[in-house]
Design a protein around this ligand. Sequence first.
Ligand code: ZN
Length: 173
Amino acid sequence: MASDKAVETKEVTSPYSVLGVSENSSYEEIKRAYQKLLLKFHPDKLDESLSQKDREQACERFLSVDQAWKLLNDQSSKAKCDRNLKEQKLSQDWPVSAEVDLDDMEYHEAMQTYSSDCRCDGEYIISEGDLENGQNIVCCSGCSLSIRVLYNMLSDEEAESEDDGVGGIDNCC
Ligand SMILES: [Zn+2]
């Protein structure tokens, strides 16, 4: 497929910001934003009077818009992208202090959540839904620590990246 190379490119810029939409935008909103930008930057739609340089810029913009759309239009790449963004954000705000195996967490059937006690009186709580969405970083309810939950729904690639492990449990609170 011709689109492969575009999708693989790892960009720090989030595809959401390229399209000028928020991460919570619906599919329709994202699509509309994409179509608008597409019309604006499409090589065939550019104003005749534009300089060569402006054309090149528009063309670059067109390519990044197109790439962002390909990422967000595809369920699995969108989910992956959301996950990366979320992790990036979480690890900035909440440094991961420990890794906890899901098997070591307590399961609450009624709420379909897993919990683990923190050294403060707080708890780390993650729902099955979060796990299914690929989320694995949980913030403590009582302090600013967070843990990474290890479980085997991970793809190979992600399992590898878990290896750069974060050390033992720090004193909490
Ligand atoms: Zn805590």
